[in-house]
Write a protein that binds this ligand. Structure first.
Ligand SMILES: Nc1ncnc2c1ncn2[C@@H]1O[C@H](COP(=O)(O)OP(=O)(O)OP(=O)(O)O)[C@@H](O)[C@H]1O
Ligand SMILES: [Mg+2]
Length: 376
């Protein structure tokens, strides 16, 4: 479980600290460009470090020169939390980029973990990935689902298919779930019906899919790579709705497909421990947004290792949370991010008696987070 996130010179975050409460469901709110997606990105990079190298993760638009605050020569992300109850292991895991004369950009990471029991507990620092990575981070997904990708017919030859970051691969994943975990598939269907009442049944049928595969041929002893497209039999999602049966996914509404995608990720037998969701309310009616959060809370209740961090612009989503679950991000005059939890607001006790959390946020906005700050 993640308890604390510290961003130092990460994009607009000069120095941001988020303390997460023990609810395992946390929202980031704030105006456009206030740094919400950046927090999810920073966490996702850390989780990727558990099975990838710096060079693979920090390239192209995530190169250190782009993600380090403009004008700064170092950046770091530090996350701490715990794993297990008895014994409870506290851990801290961080990565850092530094620029100096000898090296344009130098990367390093550090992990500390509590070892031993009770009074004998001590910290050890690890320089190699020899100790198990905190499972809270190892199985993490960052999703920004796109309805059209969710609706596409797809083919997978993986033993356990998964929904990708952008929503592709939904149909094979659902097919797998239906065969391997029918009880989970059933609950998923019930939950989807609660969020989108017009749904009757979720189905998957066979469909033709064009798959591009890399091939290599040998010419004069040299191997040459080329791409070949091949028609395969994959799957597509079909839904029985109240107005008709077997409606193909591409004809289904965006909000329905997005909810189906989210629930498939959350109900998968290979469920991630950390789910990072950007703009979670996209495409959803206010009532559906409220129901989605109610469903999230039930899934979290039933899965003691699951933590969800989401970003939102919707007071309906915020309404379903307590002020301690809501992190308000605001920009200073120079554009840097400041963050405070809504329960740090001086009027929170009064507001709890009088307003819903969404109304409180709507009324107070974000300016109170930076009030009194003269400069950075
Ligand atoms: N290297 C950098 N140095 C300083 N600031 C940066 C850097 N890179 C990006 N930014 C700022 O961070 C902002 C991106 O913030 P982010 O995408 O996290 O916002 P957001 O809160 O998710 O907004 P939205 O609600 O629009 O999705 C950019 O608009 C830019 O102003
Ligand atoms: Mg964003």
């Amino acid at each position: 479980m993640i308890e604390k996130v510290k961003l130092q010179n990460f994009k607009s975050h000069r120095s941001t600290q988020l303390i997460l409460d023990d609810s395992r469901l946390h929202a980031l709110v704030g105006q456009n460009s206030s740094g919400k997606t950046s927090v999810l990105q920073a966490l996702h990079y850390l989780s990727k470090l558990t099975n990838s190298s710096f060079t693979k993760i920090f390239q192209y638009e995530s190169s250190p020169e782009f993600i380090t605050t403009i004008g700064q020569d170092n950046m770091s992300v530090t996350v701490s939390g715990f794993w297990g109850e008895n014994p409870r292991r506290n851990w801290t895991y961080s990565y850092q980029w530094q620029q100096n004369i000898d090296h344009p950009w130098l990367a390093s990471w550090k992990q500390t973990i509590d070892v031993g029991y009770g009074e004998g507990t001590s910290h050890i620092s690890l320089r190699k990935h020899t100790y198990p990575i905190p499972p809270s981070l190892k199985y993490a997904v960052h999703l920004n689902l796109v309805a059209t990708n969710l609706a596409k017919a797809a083919y997978s030859d993986a033993i356990t298919p998964e929904v990708e970051f952008d929503g592709s691969g939904l149909a094979p994943t659902l097919d797998y779930l239906r065969n391997e975990a029918p009880d989970k598939f059933q609950s998923l269907q019930e939950m989807l019906k609660r969020v989108v009442p017009g749904v009757r049944e979720v189905g998957v049928r066979r469909a033709k899919v064009t798959v591009n595969r890399q091939r290599s041929i040998e010419i004069n002893g040299k191997s040459l790579l080329y791409e070949e497209s091949q028609e395969m039999t994959g799957q597509e999602v079909v839904l029985d709705m109240n107005m008709g049966e077997r409606i193909p996914a591409h004809a289904i509404s965006e909000g329905t497909m997005l909810t189906l995608g989210l629930l498939t990720v959350l109900m998968n037998p290979k469920q991630p421990n950390l789910v990072l969701l950007d703009d979670v309310e996209q495409g959803l009616h206010p009532k559906a947004q409220r129901e989605l959060i109610a469903v999230f809370k039930e899934i979290i209740q039933a899965n003691s290792n699951l933590q969800i961090i989401l970003s939102t612009h919707s007071p309906y989503i915020v309404d379903e949370l307590t002020p301690a679950q809501v992190h308000v991000l605001s920009n200073t005059n120079s554009g840097f991010t400041r963050a405070k939890r809504l329960d740090e607001h001086p009027d929170v006790e009064w507001a709890k008696q009088t307003l819903t959390t969404g109304e409180f946020w709507d009324a107070e906005g974000e300016d109170w987070v930076v009030v009194g700050e003269i400069n950075d």
